[in-house]
Design a binder for this molecule. Structure first.
Ligand code: PGA
Length: 249
């Protein structure tokens, strides 16, 4: 599986960044899972290089490609520092007003610089009329509908229901609901690439994943991994999570 840490802004010192990176490097030697750390942009340069198997990525990239855009961090800049992945469309960025057209632009910049985009999609709430399915379909279509088939195959999707983010394991989605959603996401992806190829686009789950619920969410749900926020920012909870998944998978 792919276990992607999203440190968000929880990590604010280089000492803590190095400690978490070291823990991931040690864990990566003991597990067959692939570990990726999405770190605050300045720490990409701090942690890149060395012999570690742990890949790095950015949590966001600029919609611009350079020039007179004060404060922006471009795909080119993070790729040059050693990032391999770029998160796009996280719900915390969408909540700041980021629209689908901006997320598409960012995805294209990431691809142009050889970064693997991890596109976050997910409904704000569950409703009985299943409008949440339309919401997820429209977020996927806004990006996949504008990419070539080759580009589609370079993407990773992270399903993150907004209502499940930043809570505790008991408030995350259930394996049954997750399985249904992953099937739905793959069906939608089948609109943009041939059906069988859609199965090759990794789909991750994110939202209150911890050691306590990760194994049951991983079983029989057809997900390819996790996008983990808070539990990835403490060495003990992160190690417990990776170890729990290593024991059961
Ligand atoms: P969480 O965050 O694991 O803290 O819920 C996941 C995410 O927002 O990527």
């Amino acid at each position: 599986m792919l276990i992607v840490s999203n440190w968000k802004a929880y990590v604010e010192t280089s000492a803590r960044a190095k400690e978490l990176h070291k823990a991931a490097a040690l864990l990566s030697k003991k597990t067959s899972h692939e570990l990726v750390l999405l770190v605050p942009a300045p720490y990409i340069g701090l942690l890149a290089g060395g012999k570690s198997q742990v890949a790095l990525g950015s949590q966001d990239i600029s919609v611009t490609v350079g020039g007179a855009t004060t404060g922006e961090v471009t795909a080119g800049a993070v790729a040059e520092l050693g990032a391999k992945f770029a998160l796009v469309g996280h719900s915390e960025r969408r909540a700041m007003g980021e629209r689908d057209d901006v997320i598409l632009e960012k995805t294209k910049h990431a691809l142009a610089h050889g970064l693997t985009p991890i596109l976050c999609v997910g409904e704000r709430e569950r409703d009985e009329d299943a409008r949440y399915l339309k919401e997820v379909r429209s977020q996927l279509t806004a990006v996949f509908g504008e990419l070539s088939q080759k580009e589609c195959m370079q993407m990773i999707v992270a399903y993150e229901p907004v209502w499940a983010i930043g809570k505790s394991a008991s408030e995350a989605t259930t394996p049954e609901d997750l399985r249904e959603m992953v099937l739905y996401i793959r069906k939608v992806l089948g609109d943009f690439v041939p059906g069988k190829a859609a199965l090759k686009i990794p789909v991750l789950y994110g939202g209150s994943t911890e050691a306590a619920n990760a194994p049951s969410l991983a079983h029989g749900t057809e997900i390819d991994g996790f996008l983990v926020g808070r539990a990835s920012t403490d060495v003990a909870t992160y190690s417990a999570l990776v170890q729990a998944l290593s024991r059961t998978l």
